[in-house]
Design a protein around this ligand. Structure first.
Ligand code: DGY
Length: 322
């Protein structure tokens, strides 16, 4: 690293190990109170920094990008998803953008499994019942859910997280179907059955799990028409991004019984979620914690710092997007 350390702004409170390494190698600006900055503050804070290490909570849209200081040379995201960044605008401004793939795939796959089991076996309902002291009887018809074992699972997006989830699910003896923009090589497919369109996949999916990025093309991917293609009593899981699901259509499908249940870690509005979804007993919800393990937070922080180190050493960052 050069004698004059580059100035790095880390927008949110990251793991202790990440912040210690960053402070060793950079002239670092931290956010110990973990405040969420407004667009105006992001622009103002960019004035005297060479690099920004943000999370998905900071939005670099075309307007922020245009107003951001020309001193900022790289945005090294602490996330795999980059839907909070206008990549075209950042590229046009000459700003390098990186993300943190791979390191959060297993943690996110674990949360997808948790959501799927919880939705199928009515874990939220059961937990609320016991906590409220309302567990007053038991019978064989009490809290009967859906079994995962032996069922057909549809995975939308067979990238790193989708494949990690497919590996994790092996023990359930599920028949795995998938949609991906392109078919995987047989060793990556690992027996999963390919469908060339989401429309072809959905009728086979007693369970469906979303693992594709949020792009203009995937906005409201699960809309009313596509939800109708699922078998009756299907279960939907989303650990990717809230924009993939038309929440009004999802609520209708959950109320009508078209869907038996849903497990959601992500929402159209974050933080906060959707109060109408929260009224439904057959939804199990978490507050966007797919990658929130100690191990993965360190790994994400280190991966972002690896990308910064490469950039400032004059090398190509491993996870450069633009
Ligand atoms: C990601 O990495 O995209 C996760 O959603 C956390 O930001």
């Amino acid at each position: 690293m050069a004698a004059n350390k580059p100035v790095l702004w880390i927008t949110r409170k990251l793991s202790d190990a990440t912040e210690a390494r960053a402070a060793r190698d950079y002239d670092v600006r931290l956010n110990p109170e973990d405040r969420v900055f407004t667009s105006g503050e992001i622009v103002a804070n960019s004035a005297d920094v060479d690099a920004i290490l943000p999370c998905h909570s900071e939005h670099f849209d075309a307007d922020v990008t245009a107003r951001m200081s020309d001193r900022v040379k790289i945005i090294a995201n602490h996330s795999v998803g980059v839907d909070h960044c206008d990549l075209n605008a950042l590229k046009a401004k000459g700003v390098v953008v990186t993300n943190t793939p791979d390191v959060l795939s297993d943690a996110t796959a674990e949360i997808a499994l948790l959501l799927m089991l919880a939705a199928a076996r009515r874990a939220g309902e059961g937990d609320r019942l016991v906590r409220a002291g309302q567990w007053t009887s038991w019978s064989p018809s009490f809290m009967v859910g859906t079994q995962m074992t032996g069922k057909r699972l549809g995975i939308v997006g067979m990238g790193r997280v989708g494949r990690a989830f497919a590996r994790l699910i092996q023990g359930f003896g599920m028949e795995i179907h998938y949609y991906n923009r392109s078919r995987l090589a047989p060793e990556l497919e690992n027996g999963a059955i390919y469908h060339a369109t989401v429309e072809d996949l959905l009728p086979h999916s007693q369970f469906v799990s979303l693992h594709c990025p949020a792009t203009p093309e995937t906005t409201n991917l699960m809309n009313r028409q596509r939800l109708a293609l699922l078998p009756d009593g299907a279960i939907l899981v989303n650990t990717a991004r809230g924009t993939l699901v038309d929440e009004a259509a999802l609520i209708e499908a959950l109320q009508s019984g078209k869907l038996a249940a849903a497990g959601l870690d992500v929402f159209q509005v974050e933080p906060g979620g959707n109060p109408e979804l929260a009224k439904l007993d057959n939804v199990f919800m978490l507050p966007h914690i797919g990658s929130a393990t100690r191990e993965t937070r360190d790994a994400m922080g280190f991966r972002a710092l690896d990308n910064l180190d490469a950039y400032f050493a004059g090398k190509e960052p491993r996870d450069r997007l633009v």
